[in-house]
Each structure stands twice: as structure tokens, then as C-alpha cells.
Design a protein around this ligand. Sequence first.
Ligand code: 5GP
Ligand code: ZN
Length: 114
Amino acid sequence: MNTDCLFCKILAGQIPANRVYEDELCIAFPDINPQAPTHLLIIPKEHLTSMAKALADHEPLLGHLMGTAADLARSNKLDKGYRVVVNTAEDGGQTVHHLHLHLLGGRQMKWPPG
Ligand code: 5GP
Ligand code: ZN
């Protein structure tokens, strides 16, 4: 755990979040400021600052997070499609420095993103 990290505090139960999914490697909970009718955050239990810090050893974890996003999209009935976003570091617009996937769905997405 990184004591300065918001998502580590959520993992530790120090900040409340509605865990809609949990397994041995990750949890998922709704974003506090949703940008779509469905907006979940999927975060690893391991503190990893960003995608930019991911190494070959993290490949199974990254695959698991993507697979979990697909499962959650199915269980949330996002049958028309959805978007998975990983904002990474400064230019990527990352604001919480604990790797996370955004699962967004329930509306038509636009391209390019801002
Ligand atoms: P980023 O901008 O780093 O890709 O995404 C961070 C996300 O975390 C933002 O969409 C923001 O709304 C969300 N967030 C920030 N603080 C909290 C919180 O305390 N609880 C929850 N559930 N989401 C949060
Ligand atoms: Zn963390």
C-alpha cells in the first residue's frame, strides 16, 4: 500500500467505495464523477503508479484487468458497446496515480477524445 494514494486508501477501506466486483487481483467500483450512465473504475490490488510503469511481469495482471472489464461490460448489459480508457501520466490526463481502467458505457462515445 502507498499511504499517499487515494485508491490504496479505497482498497484499505479507509475511503468508502461500493465494490461492485472483487477478486484476488482487483476491485471495481463506480467513478465518483461519472462521465457515462455506466462508469466503473477497475483497479489492481497491487499499487502500480501507471501503465507507464508496467513491466513484462505485469502482463498477466494487465490481461486480467482487461478481461474483468469485458466481464463487467457483459454483466452491466453494455450490449451496444463501451469504451475502456487508461489515462496514463501527465499527457494522458491521469489524476489518480494508481493504475486504473475506466469502463464507460450506456451512451454513444465520440472520437477523438479531448
Ligand atoms: P484519471 O483522471 O486518473 O484517469 O481518473 C481518476 C478517476 O477517479 C476520475 O474519473 C475521478 O472522478 C475518480 N475519483 C477521484 N476520487 C474518487 C473517489 O474518492 N471515489 C471514486 N469512486 N472515484 C474517484
Ligand atoms: Zn495505490
